[in-house]
Design a protein around this ligand. Sequence first.
Ligand code: ZN
Length: 134
Amino acid sequence: MTKTFGKLALGLLVFSGLGCGAQQKPATADVPKYDVDSQQTISGTIQEVKDYPCPVSGSLGTHLAIKAGSEILEAHLAPAAFLKEYGISFKVGDSVKVAGVRLMFDGKPAILVREITMGDVTVTFRDDKGRPAW
Ligand SMILES: [Zn+2]
């Protein structure tokens, strides 16, 4: 009886801990490191364009959901203001090629974008060391 109760209580603790972390995400989540050694290039189609506050950009960031093969990657580009300044915009359905670092972020497969190519236009968000250009 006591044992069962202990397990239950632990389960609840873990659960509430997770919920709490998710709510405080923009302020407290760790900024994932851009590891140049694990860079890769993926090709896919834009499924969704989303601006939301994100620790990667450090402000309101622009994100693309990119369908690459059978998976959907959350591409973290740059602050929305940076893209606006350069007149960069994305459309759902556009084919893109993205160079960056893949990782799991916020429970989803994600990619920190260094460079994105649409047709013959390439936009660079980070230098060759992965340092943000914004
Ligand atoms: Zn982001």
